[in-house]
Design a protein around this ligand. Structure first.
Ligand code: TZP
Ligand code: MG
Length: 203
């Protein structure tokens, strides 16, 4: 499966579940979302496995991969397509070993010194951000802005997706940095019509 990072939807249990998690994600995929990441910092593994299985079933036949944030056990037991981990979420090589070669494995990167430690053999893509400050992640690091993003993208040994406060109107500025796409929560999940909201990233 070639990984298309163009529009990467990260779910939020509050924002994305208002109209139903599965319904919201399916609508967003109709609007053009190319990757879905299930992210829930508070759900139990069992709850998240159940959500992931329902999402995976709903995404069948779309070609859109389902990636799990942080929880290796959930990724392994739910039949998801991959895992996304942060800098403090454990060992990349161990995650790759457990997931196997065919799974997608992504890593969040906030700074240049972290790029130097990126293992290109084990990882498929990088998440770079936050580009802007955002209420969707409470403990985020110093925002990069577009110039900081461009500098990270230029030094990145893997394809990347930008994240943090991004809206449809930022699409061309992000593309100009060389990033492979935009990752968003609130620009799609917080919207009354997630399908239309996703579509706005492609006009
Ligand atoms: N990682 C860095 S910023 C962020 C995550 C998960 C939240 C992005 O949410 P939004 O609503 O698109 O700013
Ligand atoms: Mg994490």
């Amino acid at each position: 499966m070639r990984l298309d990072l163009s529009l990467y939807l990260v779910t939020d249990p509050g924002l994305c579940a208002r109209a139903g998690l599965v319904e919201t994600v399916v609508a967003a995929v109709r609007g053009g979302v190319t990757v879905v990441q299930l992210r829930d910092k508070h759900a139990s593994d069992a709850e998240m496995i159940d959500q992931a299985r329902r999402l995976k079933a709903a995404l069948a036949g779309t070609g859109v991969p389902l990636i799990i944030n942080d929880r290796l056990t959930v990724a392994l037991e739910s039949g998801a397509d991959g895992l996304h981990i942060g800098q403090d979420d454990g060992d990349v090589a161990a995650a790759r070993e457990a997931l196997g070669e065919g799974a997608i494995l992504g890593l969040s990167v906030q700074r240049h010194d972290q790029l130097a430690r990126v293992d290109v053999e084990q990882l498929d893509y990088l998440g770079l951000g936050p580009v802007f400050a955002t209420p969707s992640k409470h403990d985020h690091s110093e925002p990069l802005g577009f110039s900081g993003l461009a500098s990270l993208v230029a030094a990145s040994p893997l394809s990347s997706v930008a994240i943090g406060g991004l809206k449809a109107e930022h699409t061309s500025a992000v593309r100009d940095t060389g990033a492979g796409g935009l990752a968003v929560i609130s620009a799609i999940c917080g919207q009354a019509d997630p399908e239309a909201a996703a579509r706005r990233f492609f006009v």
